[in-house]
Design a protein around this ligand. Structure first.
Ligand SMILES: *Cc1c(COP(=O)(O)O)cnc(C)c1O
Length: 497
């Protein structure tokens, strides 16, 4: 049966009358004609007027294999024929149980043999899966487990958490408390419990980086003494000296997404994980964006199968692994928090001890989501996906290199299959556009006019395409970005190099 054609006019009107969009200044929204998406296939989405767009940010970082993938669609419809949902409170179900096993296996998979970053052997084993619905709730679960475990294990009576400057871990109140983006969090400061922040690596704008700007990823030409690692060491030392050592360090491994696609220099994660462990702290890895192959491979010549999790690229195994966005291939809202047997045991006891983890959501362990996730994991394990991911990583690298010719491009940061392009007034000075100039927003609007959809983070344009994106499509995405920059941003005076 063919779906009835949607009249874009009426949908746009209904939307403007009734829908409140996330992270959106609705006054601006109400003055523009919304793009109404009606279908998608592979890396392309289609609007109600029949216009096609490349989905260059994978529908806000969720989609892995492309839209309407037959394997995932089949898994979902098959599951729907049986049952859509039954509660995980007091009941088990097959897809959720199978998925938990698969996630535990993937999360403990040894690293590819060619990789230099190997787990030390002292790394914890992730053994249990707690389901929830999205990235924020996955982090909320990690936070509550880590808090209770710190108290129950005698590590601390007043557990305190350390996270990175610029961190974003979601929008529920606990997750907000762990985050440090003033723009999002300031208005709610009265609701939040105190957490500490420590400087995050941001080589391009690091006060310790003495290198003059070059036409390369700032990580590659930085001149510093790894002060960002020392800062973590110092924070831990001071807090331990105060007699209340940190209970957990919270990080997005390899790259901070919502902070502006800000990658960590090689070795940073490994070293701060060792520091945290040395002070008896737990490690919470927020892999909501980085998980499921997004960060590619540590070395392109790596002959083994690329691992699915960013932490493993540095040989780090966290005590809590938070997963969401790509878990179902980006088809349905589902999340998981993986943790160790040790943490699990903290919640065991006689019923009357009330050590139960009193937490859960109506849709915990949803069958349709789990069926989609199982299909997505099958796809990820297959040779075609591995080949496609390697090709996408290479194609992105090749096409993005062309952007160095533009003086308004300050930094190009690629981490596997995600890249951030930082726009500046002039690359020679790194002078940023004032946020009120909306440089990123205007560039992305100009890209949309060219049939490429993505969203900026401040002055950073995010390129994070589905894994099925072809070489020609990558060329179109980056070409649209180059044209948009030339159209929208003034060219600095004077010769460039
Ligand atoms: C998106 C994101 C979250 C929040 O996930 P939601 O599904 O939007 O609640 C948390 N952490 C990171 C790193 C994210 O990218």
């Amino acid at each position: 049966m063919k779906p009835r054609p949607v009249k874009s006019r009426s949908v746009a009107d209904l939307d403007r009358q009734y829908v409140w969009h996330p992270f959106t200044q609705m006054r601006d929204w109400l003055q523009t004609e919304p793009t109404v998406i009606v279908s998608g296939r592979g890396a392309v989405v289609c609007d109600a007027n029949g216009r096609e767009y490349l989905d260059a940010n994978s529908s806000i970082w969720t989609n892995l294999h492309g839209h309407a993938h037959p394997r995932i669609n089949t898994a979902i419809t098959r599951q729907l024929g049986r049952i859509a949902h039954s509660s995980a409170l007091g009941l088990a179900n097959e897809p959720a149980a199978r998925l938990a096993e698969r996630l535990v296996c993937a999360a403990n998979e040894p690293l590819a043999p060619a990789s230099s970053a190997r787990p030390t052997g002292a790394e914890p084993r992730l053994a249990k899966v707690f389901y929830s619905d999205d990235g924020s709730t996955a982090m909320e679960v990690a936070l509550k487990l880590a808090y209770a475990h710190a108290i129950r294990s005698g590590q601390s009576r007043r557990p305190r958490f350390l996270s990175l400057s610029g961190a974003y871990h979601g929008d529920t109140v606990g997750a907000v408390a762990l985050g440090h983006i003033d723009l999002f969090h300031k208005a709610y400061s009265g609701l939040l419990f105190p957490t500490d922040q420590v400087m995050a690596p941001y080589c391009y704008r690091c006060p310790h980086n003495r290198a003059r700007p070059e036409r390369a990823d700032a990580r590659d030409y930085r001149k510093c003494r790894n002060e960002c690692v020392d800062a973590v060491e110092q924070k831990f030392a001071v807090q331990t000296k105060r007699g209340n050592p940190y209970s957990a360090l919270v990080v997005e491994p390899l790259v901070q997404g919502a902070a502006g696609i800000i990658p960590q220099p090689a070795g940073w994660l490994r070293r701060v994980a060792e520091i945290a462990r040395g002070h008896g702290a737990q490690l919470i890895a927020d892999e909501v964006m980085t998980g499921f192959g997004r960060t590619g491979e540590a070395a392109e010549e790596n002959a083994g199968r690329p691992g699915l999790f960013a932490s493993h690229q540095e040989g780090v195994q966290p005590d809590y692994l938070a997963l969401a966005k790509g878990l179902t291939g980006g088809y349905l809202p589902m999340a998981a928090t993986l943790t160790t047997e040790t943490v699990f045991n903290s919640f065991l006891g006689d019923y009357a001890e009330f050590k139960t983890f009193f937490h859960g959501h109506s849709f915990t362990g949803n069958q349709v989501g789990a069926a989609a996730a199982l299909a997505s994991l099958d796809l990820l394990a297959g040779a075609p996906s591995v080949r496609a991911r390697r090709a996408l990583q290479r194609n992105l690298r090749r096409e993005l290199a062309g952007l160095w010719a533009l003086p308004q491009v300050g930094d190009i940061r690629q981490i596997g299959l995600v890249a951030g392009v930082e726009l500046v007034k002039d690359w020679r000075t790194r002078a940023p556009f004032d946020l009120s100039e909306r440089a990123g927003i205007r560039v992305c609007a100009a890209m949309a006019r060219r049939g490429v959809l993505t969203r900026p983070i401040g002055n950073v344009v995010v390129v994070l395409p589905p894994y099925c994106t072809t070489a020609a499509q990558v060329r179109r995405i980056v070409g649209a970005l180059a044209e948009a920059i030339a159209e929208v941003l003034p060219s600095p005076a004077g010769p460039v190099q």
